[in-house]
Design a binder for this molecule. Structure first.
Ligand SMILES: CC(C)(COP(=O)(O)OP(=O)(O)OC[C@H]1O[C@@H](n2cnc3c(N)ncnc32)[C@H](O)[C@@H]1OP(=O)(O)O)[C@@H](O)C(=O)NCCC(=O)NCCS
Length: 141
């Protein structure tokens, strides 16, 4: 199947992006909040099948040495075609001078390890109080 890999926000349907992210429990954003989160991120990646968004990812970055990846997701019926890895590689193209950090669900740690990410010995986070119970429940912390 021919997909479009897009690094800008032109003609992106934020309802579709939000449905993918909220569907996996990665966010609980409204479409407007999703748009703001991507607009405020240095790197955006979308995969489209025709005009339909089927995958996405974004990274915050200073553009020099540091970046952080968020909101990586591929719609379920498009899994196992290499699209998730493609999203990561497209983000890494835009952050090639950077150390790139992320945190993820316990189930996807090994997926990121396959792509060269390493567990950090001193990585720390100050989680928002409203997230902590859920993060403990999901075995993030
Ligand atoms: C993680 C995710 C983006 C992978 O997307 P994908 O397009 O299916 O991934 P790819 O096709 O590039 O890679 C698939 C390969 O990675 C491996 N893989 C997939 N999910 C994995 C997991 N949870 N743990 C370890 N390895 C995994 C398998 O080897 C798989 O190979 P296969 O297709 O031969 O079975 C997708 O499962 C997803 O959207 N999950 C829900 C959201 C999420 O968890 N996002 C990441 C956390 S932010």
């Amino acid at each position: 199947m021919a997909y479009t890999f897009q690094k800008n926000r032109e003609n992106i349907d934020w309802v579709q992006v939000t449905n993918i992210l909220n569907g996996f429990g990665l966010t609980d954003f409204t479409p407007e909040q999703t748009r703001t989160a991507f607009e405020n991120s240095a790197v955006n990646v979308f995969i489209l099948d025709g005009s339909k968004v089927v995958g996405c990812g974004r990274a915050l970055s200073d553009g020099i040495s540091q970046a952080a990846i968020y909101n990586i997701a591929v719609e379920e019926s498009y899994h196992h075609q290499g699209l998730g890895k493609k999203i990561i590689s497209l983000i890494l193209e835009e952050t090639s001078s950077c150390n790139v950090v992320l945190y993820t669900h316990p189930n996807t740690v090994s997926w990121y390890e396959q792509q060269g990410f390493r567990r950090m010995k001193t990585g720390m986070a100050l989680y928002h109080p409203s997230s902590i119970e859920e993060l403990i429940r999901m075995d993030f912390i």
